[in-house]
Design a protein around this ligand. Structure first.
Ligand code: ATP
Ligand code: MG
Length: 364
């Protein structure tokens, strides 16, 4: 069986460090591993509209931002199809048929959707489209027969929902769809990177992000005002590592080379943590180190972004080409789905023959 990747992001803002460690960094590694037959990366504008229906311009403006972020992180349009969700109508069609295989109470149990509804104050007035987005996500994944979906931990319930739909579909209509596997980051700190305010998740909607396209000055300002241990007031006070997002970010980003270059008096992150716990290590010193660590990783990304920004029409051409390839793949799956569901009336010669014989028999 072919190995196929599908994943994506909502164009609701520029991409941030959470996206990078949760999914983006991994995608580039997988792309360059040469192990996959096809890779599809989706800019999920239709999904973004499910909670931004009154602000389509925001979604429209952010498509290019997400595309630039992708390319600057090293997604290579020669190896990866980057496409725009709304331009693939087959995805909407699949969603419509999958809706019959999922109950309302099953959707209501989805913990990520529950949390998102709360965050958006939707309780009394959830848009139906938003409520059902896990079904549309199942359509996105299965349309490409994806075997592997590299995403952050918040996507686990979506993958489970997609797998259930596949099993149900195949049981009812015959073996047609492929069950996808989730691929989570293997570093625990990357499963759900917290925001700079210490909140559980760095998220565009919460305004607690360091963006991949932030300038060195912006990164420095955000790092210096990051949430740490509120009880670590004087340098000599013992400090807490748990819930201290400066250390979570170091877990996610720092490498032995960073220590050698920027903080040679410590052999490793464990040693730095130990000193902080004991007391005698100030937040400013740790933050300065984190700032260096982040900028070292962000610098090549910024430089590549700057290059692509010089030729925006070429970026749109990349999206158009990726979208054409995605269209073809989704069309093939939709054909198979409709044949399995027996809603392929005009290309079924057998159906026409049997029906006409039935009436023929009546006349004889
Ligand atoms: P929004 O607030 O609009 O939902 P978001 O910041 O949650 O935006 P998405 O586009 O919903 O971003 O998520 C895209 C991908 O990035 C998903 O795979 C998701 O798991 C991953 N991701 C997003 N935020 C984080 C995070 N803080 N840590 C790890 N992975 C993340
Ligand atoms: Mg999200």
């Amino acid at each position: 069986m072919s190995k196929i990747i599908l994943t994506g992001d909502r164009p609701t803002g520029r991409l941030h460090l959470g996206h990078y460690v949760g999914s983006l960094r991994r995608r580039v590694e997988l792309q360059d591993s040469g192990e996959f037959d096809k890779i599809f990366i989706m800019i999920a504008d239709a999904q973004a509209l499910t909670d931004n229906a009154d602000n389509p311009e925001k979604v429209r403006q952010n498509i290019i931002e997400v595309a630039l972020d992708y390319l600057s992180c090293g997604l290579d349009p020669e190896k990866t199809n980057i496409f725009i969700q709304s331009q693939i109508p087959q995805l909407t069609e699949l969603t419509f048929y999958y809706m019959n295989l999922v109950t309302v109470s099953r959707l209501q149990r989805n913990p990520t959707v529950k949390a998102e509804i709360q965050m958006r104050n939707f309780e009394a007035s959830i848009p139906v489209g938003f409520f059902t987005y896990p079904i549309s996500q199942a359509a996105d994944i299965t349309a490409f027969k994806a075997t592997t979906v590299p995403v952050g931990e918040d996507q686990e319930p979506m993958l489970e929902q997609a797998r259930e739909i596949v099993r149900k579909f195949n049981a009812v209509y015959g073996e047609t769809l492929v069950e996808p596997d989730i691929l989570l980051p293997d570093n625990k700190a990357c499963l759900r990177l917290p925001g700079t305010d210490g909140k559980a998740k760095m998220s565009k909607s919460l305004g607690n992000c360091i963006y991949l396209s932030d300038t060195p000055e912006e990164v420095r300002e955000k790092v210096m005002s990051m949430y740490t241990d509120p009880d670590h007031i004087r340098v000599n006070d013992p400090g807490k590592i748990e819930g201290n997002c400066v250390f979570t970010y170091l877990d996610a980003f720092s490498t032995p080379e960073d220590f050698a270059e920027f903080l040679p008096e410590y052999a490793s992150l464990d040693e730095l943590k130990e000193h902080y716990r004991r007391g005698g290590l100030g937040d400013v010193k740790v933050k300065k180190f984190l700032n260096n660590v982040l900028n070292r990783q962000l610098e090549p990304i910024r430089a590549r972004r700057h290059e692509y920004e010089q030729d925006i029409p070429a970026v749109y051409r990349i999206l158009q080409k990726g979208t054409a390839a995605a269209y073809e793949a989704a069309e093939q799956t939709l054909k198979e789905v409709k044949a399995a569901m027996r809603i392929n009336y005009f290309d079924d010669a057998e159906l026409i023959r049997v029906q006409s014989e039935k009436y023929q028999a009546g006349r004889d």
